[in-house]
Write a protein that binds this ligand. Structure first.
Ligand SMILES: [Zn+2]
Length: 199
C-alpha cells in the first residue's frame, strides 16, 4: 500500500532535492504533517515567492529581491578588493565568518567545454565593470580546485592581466585537524605548493 496521494506527492517533491533519497523524503513528508500552521504558512509563502521574487543582482549575480543586492548596496565595504566565487552560498559562508569586507562577483558558470561552456563564451564584462567602477586593486579568486575551477581561475587571471591589479587565489591545502596521511595526494600537493614561510 502507498501513502495517500498528498503525502505521496510531497515525498516525490522532496526526492527532487540534492542528497535526499526515498527514506529521507518519506521522513520529511511525514514531519511536515507535524509542523504548526505558522510554519506551514511560511513554507507555502516561501515556495510561492522563491521563483517570482528572487533575482540575480545586476552588479554581482548574488541572490536578491531587489535589483541590487545588500552587499553591492553597502557603501561601507572595502572598494579596493573583489572576491570571485562560484555560488551565492559561498558569499553567505564567507560573510558568516567575517573574514572579508570587500565586494563579490558570482560567476554565471565555470569554463567547462564538456558542458558547453567554452573559454570564448566566458563573459569578463561583469567583473571588469566592478573593477573599473570601484577602482579595484586586488582580485581574489575563491573557486574550487577542480579541473574546471583551475581552468577558469587561470583564464580570469589571463584576461585581467592587462589591468594594473594584484590577482590572488585562496590558499588550498590541508584542512585544520586533518591527519596528513589521510589527505589525498592532490590536496597534499596543493598544500606543498601553497606553503608559507613562518620565520
Ligand atoms: Zn550584488
Amino acid at each position: 500500500m502507498k501513502y495517500p496521494e498528498t503525502i505521496q506527492n510531497l515525498i516525490e517533491c522532496f526526492k527532487k532535492f540534492p542528497t535526499i533519497g526515498e527514506k529521507s523524503a518519506e521522513r520529511l513528508a511525514l514531519a511536515t504533517l507535524n509542523l504548526n500552521d505558522e510554519v506551514i504558512n511560511l513554507l507555502r509563502e516561501s515556495l510561492e515567492n522563491i521563483k517570482t521574487k528572487i533575482k540575480r543582482c545586476s552588479i554581482c549575480n548574488n541572490y536578491t529581491e531587489n535589483d541590487i543586492c545588500e552587499i553591492c548596496n553597502d557603501k561601507n565595504r572595502n572598494k579596493n578588493i573583489l572576491c570571485i566565487v562560484e555560488n551565492p552560498k559561498d558569499i553567505i559562508q564567507i560573510e558568516k565568518n567575517r573574514i572579508y569586507d570587500g565586494y563579490y562577483y558570482v560567476l554565471p558558470n565555470l569554463i567547462s567545454p564538456s558542458n558547453g561552456y567554452d573559454p570564448s563564451s566566458f563573459d569578463i564584462e561583469g567583473i571588469n565593470n566592478i573593477i573599473m567602477g570601484n577602482n579595484v586593486k586586488e582580485v581574489i579568486i575563491a573557486i574550487k580546485p577542480t579541473v574546471e575551477g583551475e581552468t577558469t581561475a587561470l583564464y580570469i587571471s589571463k584576461l585581467l592581466k592587462k589591468n594594473d591589479l594584484v590577482i590572488s587565489r585562496i590558499a588550498l591545502g590541508i584542512p585544520i585537524g586533518a591527519e596528513i596521511d589521510y589527505v589525498d595526494s592532490l590536496t597534499l600537493e596543493m598544500a606543498m605548493e601553497n606553503r608559507k614561510i613562518i620565520n
